[in-house]
Design a protein around this ligand. Structure first.
Ligand code: HEC
Length: 261
């Protein structure tokens, strides 16, 4: 077939002669022995050589860059910034003070209601009750729908499904009909949270003084151990009468105080 040119054969012979001269067993097991033994030794030897090289590189201290040297030599606080820095803690304390609401407004059942409203209701009814996918609750709106807190509490406990699509809810004069979309909160919130969020909507968002007084009476009664609000008002059992009774028992203290005074 094709003849191998003489000069290539000569070069091949020379190479083989080189290999035989350099390694003692090179020609003996050239077919199988060479490759497996040669390959494992090279990868193992590479990291072994590389590791000392890295250490050697890291060992000498890095030369200090001119800008670092300048920063180290420069005075730490420029004279013109000193005044601002002295005032900074005073400003920080004053700023933190503005983040907190007046303490007398955030205690007891209304404080609980405030938190619950922000977490559970604001997404649909607006942060200050201005309305959204749910009705507006501010500016007396919710007081028109629910003239008494008991009905309001029952509505929030049972939600749209509890009253039933197409049924009336709230004061007849308001003419509300269930269109759907209001969740039931009776088994989600504790009685305290439920009453708290309703009184928050009435007293804080809609400015009802009567409900502010009721919240005070409830705090009074629960602190005195006369009222346990830790359980739940279950949608299946809650009635307006039961809730009215609960609120009246809480308000009893206040009523007697008002009657006496
Ligand atoms: C997923 C949205 C959504 C959330 C969350 C929500 N609501 Fe509602 N809410 C509605 C809708 C929708 C209606 C009207 C229901 C209907 O027509 O069936 C409504 C109606 C009301 C009403 C009656 C207002 C009126 O004038 O008719 C009150 C009170 C109310 N919600 C209070 C609350 C409270 C309290 C919470 C939180 C514990 C809350 N809602 C959370 C959507 C929501």
């Amino acid at each position: 077939m094709t003849e191998i040119p003489e000069h290539l054969l000569k070069r091949s012979r020379e190479r083989r002669g080189d290999l035989a001269g350099s390694g003692s067993q090179g020609s003996a097991d050239s077919g199988t022995g060479d490759a497996p033994t040669a390959q494992p030794t090279t990868p193992a030897s590479v990291p072994a050589k590389a590791a000392p090289a890295e250490v050697a590189q890291a060992a000498p201290p890095a030369p200090v860059a001119p800008y670092n040297a300048a920063a180290a030599a420069r005075p730490k606080i420029p004279w013109w910034a000193a005044g601002t820095l002295v005032l900074l803690p005073i400003w920080a304390i004053a700023y933190v003070g503005t983040l907190e609401r007046p303490p007398q407004e955030v205690t007891g059942v209304l404080a609980t209601g405030d938190h619950v409203y922000a977490a559970r209701c604001a997404s649909c009814h607006g942060a200050t009750g201005g309305g959204g996918s749910g009705h507006a609750l501010s500016d007396g709106e919710v007081l028109v729908t629910f003239p008494t807190p008991a009905e309001h509490i029952v509505w929030v406990a049972v939600g749209s499904d509890g009253v039933g699509l197409g049924n009336r809810y709230g004061d007849a004069a308001r003419g509300r009909v269930v269109e759907g979309g209001m969740p039931a909160w009776g088994s989600v919130l504790t009685t305290e949270e439920l009453i708290g969020v309703v009184l928050h909507e009435r007293a804080r968002l809609s400015g009802s003084d009567a409900d502010l007084a009721l919240a005070e009476a409830i705090d009074h009664a629960s602190h005195a151990g006369e009222l346990d609000l830790s359980g739940h008002l279950y949608p299946a059992t809650v009635t307006v009468d039961e809730v009215t009774e609960l609120l009246e028992s809480a308000a009893h203290d206040l009523d007697s105080q008002l009657a006496a005074g």
